[in-house]
Design a protein around this ligand. Sequence first.
Ligand code: ATP
Length: 413
Amino acid sequence: LQAEIISIGTELLLGEIVDTNSAWIAQRLTTIGLNLYHVATVGDNLQRITAVMRSALQRSDVVITTGGLGPTVDDVTREAVAAATDRDLVFDEELLQEIACFFARRNYQMTDNNRKQATIPAGALIIHNPVGTAPSFAVEHHGHLIISLPGVPHEMRHLMESEVLPLLQQRFGLKGIIRSRILHTCGIGESTIDSRIDDLMHLSNPTVGTAAHPGQTDVRVAARGDTEEEVLALIEPVEREIRTRLGEFIFGVDRDTIGDVVTGLLAAKSLRLALVDGVTCGELVQRLANGTQAEQAFAGALVLSSREAFARVLHLPEADLEQYGLSSREVAEAAAQTACRLHGADLGLAVLGPRDSGVEVPAAAPTHFSLATADGVLHTRSAQGRSGPSGRGWLIHLALDLVRRYLLGLPIG
Ligand code: ATP
């Protein structure tokens, strides 16, 4: 069984918004055992959308479209489905009542063009949308199924989960399921991981693959089977083997973030951490503050940029700042200890180095990570500073991994 996704919207082609809908739908389709072979993006043009739909319907059993169901003239998904499946558009009084109720409940004024949203291709199965005004629908066409969903991500997701996935399972008698376990690592490169688990990456069920993100490499173990028990039993021994080979580099699984893991460890030990961020413009602070147990674990943070600010807020000796500069071990250690004291925390973490220029270029000077603890100050450094969004991702993982390693008694540096 083949599935295909069509993302509709000129703003997607212009790069003004990123097509997150396709990625999300792709993941959900694998959970019910549907293979996704094509993803297309097309602008708000009736002829081109119709042409893409026609070829999709020829080769794929299921075609899912998102976007273009709104009330405005450039929303032409309904017209395109009708054209691609050789049928007329019909007006549905019941749908109009539903849309009117949606507006009335929110005290919004319904405009004339909302009537357009009450038209659907003749014979379509209506997928009622309780979270928005764009009704969705499914059309059978010579044994192939095309389903049109709104572009607004939360509406699309709601309808996929509650209506579309069950519909697909029933329509195609899909019993098999796919489950995956994602192991998150940091402090180890993708190529080193490859060389350690190369043999496992040739397995067919479960399959094992890696994906690199800034500062983090994920190892995904995905299995296919008839029942939850069966797939979990397939995943378990392979996961155990990967854990043996990658050990301490694995910091979390599935939805865990490094911030969750560190705040969880701190909370479990009833410890509180204070931060000094001199590099990531506050992003490091945000990651930690978003951790699931941040309230107990996070004592406070200072985001500082200039030498003057370090001198004024942390009362660091001007002479030290003058002599060592901000990208130095000496100042990072002093900042970690001072932040810890200022916030009455148990641990103080300071990240100091070249300021993020926002562009993805390696900075000349290294970045220093210092962690003030009851047992003294620990220190690591990255050989080069890093910059830009992916550079920040690296630094944040290096910084929080230092805390994780200290809390778990793992080797540092
Ligand atoms: P509505 O009637 O609620 O406007 P719609 O089906 O007409 O829904 P669009 O107008 O195409 O949807 O898109 C609405 C918004 O949804 C877009 O401005 C964009 O923010 C978001 N969106 C649309 N398509 C995608 C996509 N593929 N990925 C992520 N976001 C999207």
